[in-house]
Design a binder for this molecule. Structure first.
Ligand code: FES
Ligand SMILES: [Fe+2]
Length: 465
């Protein structure tokens, strides 16, 4: 047994980067900080390597399909994707395909997307229908799933209408997200989600509107992509331009274990408007502000000045708060600096990462693409604040990027596109490198990569390992 303390004399997970802690920065916030952000909840979860076959093997993928994707609650869409009766969106994952739609009474249903005659997919992408009519021979179902028409009905005396009701998966809504589950025996969605609601209910994600949704197929396993977006350890090498205003190694990582055998959740809070301790000396406050605005608020560069003796953080937060309020019409006057400037990213097992703050209101989703362990779909959504009392419009269509397009082809991502491109450049390299690696597994940092470890432990629980 290796002595894990040998290298630095500390118990595993005790070591911390130098520089201001997240909690130290939150204590200087100009507004009241939502209570969940004031918790620290790190736990050492082990240091064992993660078997590389989990990312490469077709057999492992098949086990994930049977034991994870056919059992677990998963994010299908937002409520505002299907606001009206007849609105639908197709959710595909591995071989599973569901038509997630709003019925005449306004309830959300999810039908298995296959005609009961000879199997044709009934719907593609997204749209609005009065009924579900198969394009091949015209078998038709109502929005409530009842068989309503069979062309040449006389030729099918052997089918009973009642037995030809469209099979459904389960649906549930949380924080404005629509979830689906194809397992009739799964626990209720609220039980499955557990305590993550106690955190995210402070941020009223259900009131936000999905203004942007960009999707791209990437040549890597879905877990390779997911893991690249739940740690800030890679910033120094992958996004070095961010170090001037992002406290990468000061990120706070928290893990919350699930109860009763259910998965837990986790989060990271990466402070911004503060320079990275990895630069050595802290940057001058004005330089921190200018660097951050260069990427996200160019009109503010040279205009907004940090008063002598002040930190950059409250000045950046106030300028961005005012700009966000002017752009969105939302009232953010009581919103904390942290929610305006920091990267506050939660993770909901197995594949969803909602950000809690309003300055960077992202949600990520990662899923296998078809049945290849080497390909996945990465969805990036932006959930913006709306003015009080303004009804949510219908969300626009998903912007699918082509195989040759990177995130520069999605100007709706603003300054984030170039950051995503840096991440994108790593992902297929990881997948190919894993195949070439002679070492049997990947090695994780105890603290900065603890979210990845928790994810694998929860995945093991589903796979029965
Ligand atoms: S396959 Fe659908 S009507 Fe024939
Ligand atoms: Fe990144």
């Amino acid at each position: 047994m290796t002595d894990l303390r040998a290298s630095n004399g500390l118990e595993p997970g005790q070591a911390r980067s130098p520089g201001p802690s997240v909690q130290g920065l939150l204590s200087t916030d100009s507004r009241e900080v939502p209570p969940p952000l004031l918790e620290e909840h790190y736990e050492y979860l082990g240091s064992e390597d993660i078997d590389k076959e989990r990312y490469l093997s077709a057999d492992f993928h098949r086990r994930e399909v049977e034991k994870l994707w056919k059992k677990v609650w998963q994010l299908a869409c937002r409520e505002e994707d299907i606001p009206e009766p007849g609105d639908f969106i197709v959710y595909d994952i591995a071989d599973i395909s569901l038509i997630v739609l709003r019925d005449k009474a306004g309830a959300i249903r999810a039908y298995h997307n296959a005609c009961l005659h000879r199997g044709t997919r009934l719907c593609e992408d997204t749209g609005h229908v009065g009924q579900l009519r198969c394009p091949f021979h015209g078998f038709t179902w109502s929005l409530e799933g009842a068989l309503t028409d069979v062309p040449s009905r006389w030729d099918f005396p052997h089918i009973e209408d009642a037995a030809f009701t469209l099979p459904q998966a389960r649906t549930g809504v949380w924080a404005g997200y629509v979830f689906v589950n194809v397992d009739p025996a799964a626990p209720a969605l609220a039980d499955y989600l557990g305590d993550v609601d106690k955190h995210l209910s402070y941020f009223a994600l259900e009131e936000r509107f999905k203004a942007v949704h960009v999707a791209k197929v990437i040549d890597c396993n879905w877990k390779v992509a997911l893991e690249a977006f739940i740690e800030s350890y890679h910033v120094i090498s992958t996004h070095p331009q961010l170090l001037e205003y992002l406290g990468d190694s000061n990120t706070q990582y928290d893990v919350y274990r699930g109860r009763d055998g259910l998965p837990g959740f986790n989060r990271m809070i990466t402070p911004q408007a503060t320079s990275s301790p990895q630069l050595g000396e802290p940057l001058e406050p004005q330089d921190v502000l200018d660097a951050m605005f260069r990427d996200f608020y160019p009109e503010g560069v040279g205009v907004i000045k940090v008063p002598e003796g002040q930190d950059a953080r409250p000045v950046v937060a106030e300028a961005l708060r005012q700009r966000l309020m002017a752009q969105s019409g939302a009232d953010l006057s009581d919103t904390s600096d942290s929610e305006i400037v920091d990267a506050i990213e939660y993770f909901v097992f197995p594949n969803m990462a909602p950000w809690a703050g309003i300055g960077a209101p992202l949600t990520y989703r990662f899923r296998p693409y078809g049945n290849s362990p080497d390909r996945c779909v990465f969805d990036i959504m932006l959930l913006v604040a709306l003015p009080p009392g303004v009804p949510k419009p219908k969300a626009g269509p998903i912007h699918w990027l082509g195989p040759e397009e990177d995130f520069s082809a999605a100007p709706e991502l603003g300054g984030l596109a170039s950051v995503f491109n840096q991440d994108l450049s790593n992902l297929p390299r990881v997948q190919r490198g894993l195949a070439a690696m002679t070492k049997p597994g990947v090695t994780l940092a105890n603290y900065q990569e603890v979210r990845i470890r928790q994810f694998h432990q929860d995945l093991d629980a589903y796979l029965g390992d």
